[in-house]
Design a protein around this ligand. Sequence first.
Ligand SMILES: [Zn+2]
Length: 294
Amino acid sequence: MKKLFVYWFVLMFIFAGPILFGSQEVEIKWSQSTMKQGETIRVDIKTLSPLQQGTLYLDKGKYTIFGVSYRAKEYRYVSYVGISRKLKPGHYTVRTDLLYMNGARYTQKKDINIASGKFKRQNIQLSGKKKSFPDRTNILSKENYYILKAFRIINRKKRFETPFIQPAKGRISATFGAMRYYNGKPYWRHSGVDIANKEGTSIVAPNNGKVVLIQDYVIHGKTIVLDHGLGIVTIYNHLSAYHVFLNQMVKKGDVIGSIGQTGLATGPHLHWGMSVQGVRVDPMYWVGKKNLVE
Ligand SMILES: [Zn+2]
């Protein structure tokens, strides 16, 4: 009878352990403690027992936590949190919700401060046939429907192992988050970075990925979208030509297209954008950053 009680106690400990001692067996590490609009934060999570599901919440954003590996008796998970250019600077509470395989739950709240991205103001004069742009909101919302759908792709397979590279050489003609004024009227904050160079300049994949969208749009021009896995998706607009096809797997450095000025563009340039689980971030922030990818 006494022996049975010991077994029962051991079993209780195994199943109830994560409930009773949940807080001690979780380690959550943030890649940086201070953050700005447009940046991406990597969150590493280690647990002693496996998770069924994990989610991070910041403002209205919801970020899936992905399983990475099981090493040294620890389960490792990762998530990327995109700090939107539209998120007002100030204090926020990030909630991390973990659901264990055995049904136990763990929640952690972390207070963070988001600083301004100090975005620039940019004036664009449209003339001639492109002047009619402000009336094209219907076309724009149609195009955005397909693009935003691609941005919400959440692929649990991580395709990137080494840092991102800049996809084209050229002059940065517009930075991420710049407030756009078309013919003196404010429109929106620039959702990517513009790299200006002559028509035909090669555009390469900044990292390994899969081509998930190829389309010729009225405003965005010839467009390619790459899925890099773990909710990281990149976009290329205004191309003069495509050098890939839909569903093709590309390696970092492979030529995917050429710089052009298709769609609404005032000169040949690549508009390069990045989405982190649906939130537009500054792609330049990822270039060369080892700690984000390894
Ligand atoms: Zn642009």
